[in-house]
Structure formats: C-alpha cells, structure tokens
Design a protein around this ligand. Structure first.
Ligand code: ZN
Length: 222
C-alpha cells in the first residue's frame, strides 16, 4: 500500500513533464486516503551500481542505522557482480532496473528499450532471485514509449524529487545540504553507489540519515 502511494507521486510528476499520465485517478484517491498525522516518509535511492568498492560501504551504513534503501542497478554491473546484488536483497533493500549499460533510453527504438530493460531485469533476477518491479531511466531520460515498454515488462518508472548531484563530487557537505534542503514527505533522494568514486556519498550518508531521523522521517523502499 505504501509503495503504491509512493509510486503515485511519480505518476503525477510524469504529468508535469508532459508525459501522458497513467492511472492518475487512482493516485489522487490514494493521496487523500493517508492519515494527515502519519510520519513523513522518504526513500533513499542509489543508482549505477552495484560497485565492488562502494556498494558494500553503503550497505554497511544502512545496516548500522537500520535503514532500507532502493538500488537501481545497471544490468551489466549486476551480471558482473551478482554477489553484490544478492547482498542488497538479503539486507532487505529493494532492487530496481537502471538499463543494461546506461544508454539514454529515449535514443533507442522500442525493441532496443525492451532489450535494455529486459536483460537488466533478468540479470538482477538471476542474481537475487527476485524480479524487479521498478525502473529508473538513465539520466532521467524518458518518454511515453519508454514508459509503455517498461510497463509490458512489469516495470513502473520511478524518478526522484531530490537530486543530491553527488555524481559531480561537490563535497560531502554539499551532498548533505542538498539532500536535507529539499527533503519532504514522500520524497525520493537520488544518490549513486557506482559510476565513479563515491566516497563523498558514503561520507554524506550517515549525516543525511541522522538528520532525517531527527526530523521524524520513516525510510521506505520502492
Ligand atoms: Zn545512472
């Protein structure tokens, strides 16, 4: 139920970027069904892994704080490091698809989009024994075709509401500030556990979690 509520945000957000809506009537209904006094919820998400250096560090921090997150894995990384995908799953974190090789999906034919998402989903399934139900398009590059193709594979699109820009390595403090400044109920924070040196992200993560916990946020997966 919480997951459906959460995904509703992104269906609405699709409207805002001009992509045709999916089931927005249901989304509107569920927005109003939530008790106003409920604790605010937020999702930590990590893209571009799994990475043999940084994914274990992120998992260790999450475990220390008793927090769950969602990892959007690149298919070829999942194929190369199936043990890490399995660890993510075994830690109770969620797995999503981030394409096979991080190609912008809007540049591809529908068949190629299908191949990107399908092969990545299979790699994750084979590693972790669970079939992903969410995907995040690389670069946030999406359109109706991408959403429709993903839908045929049972994948719901998830974007983000808070971009920490951690991939640019702006410094730990800047990552923490970006995450906290825009954090809000049912927000989704975008970070990276792969694709480069993520030591700043790793350093920022305990501060982000601590501050959000102090604000009363509950961490959910997608
Ligand atoms: Zn990415």
């Amino acid at each position: 139920m919480k997951r459906i509520l959460f995904l509703s945000i992104f269906l609405i957000s699709l409207l805002c970027v001009g992509v045709a809506p999916i089931n927005t009537a249901r989304a509107a209904t569920q927005f109003t069904s939530r008790a106003p006094e409920a604790a605010p919820e937020i999702a930590l998400t990590f893209d571009d892994g799994p990475n043999p250096v940084f994914t274990p560090q992120v998992l260790h921090i999450l475990d220390n704080y008793g927090v769950k997150a969602t990892f959007f894995c690149i298919g070829e990384q999942a194929q190369e490091y199936p043990g890490l995908v399995r660890r993510i799953r075994q830690a109770g974190d969620a797995l999503g698809v981030h394409g096979w090789d991080h190609t912008a999906l809007t540049k591809l034919s529908p068949d190629e989009v299908d191949q990107q998402l399908r092969s990545a989903s299979i790699a994750i399934q084979q590693a972790a024994g669970t079939t992903p139900t969410v995907f995040r398009p690389p670069y946030g590059s999406t359109d109706r075709t991408v959403v429709d193709v993903a839908s045929t594979l049972g994948l719901t699109q998830v974007l983000w509401s808070v971009d920490t820009d951690d991939w640019q390595r702006p410094g730990t403090k800047a990552i923490v500030n970006a995450a906290l400044k825009h954090a809000q109920d049912r927000g989704v924070i975008l970070m990276h556990d792969g694709g480069g040196n993520r030591s700043e992200t790793v350093a920022a993560l305990p501060q982000i979690i601590t501050a959000l916990q102090q604000r009363g946020f509950t961490f959910i997966t997608l």
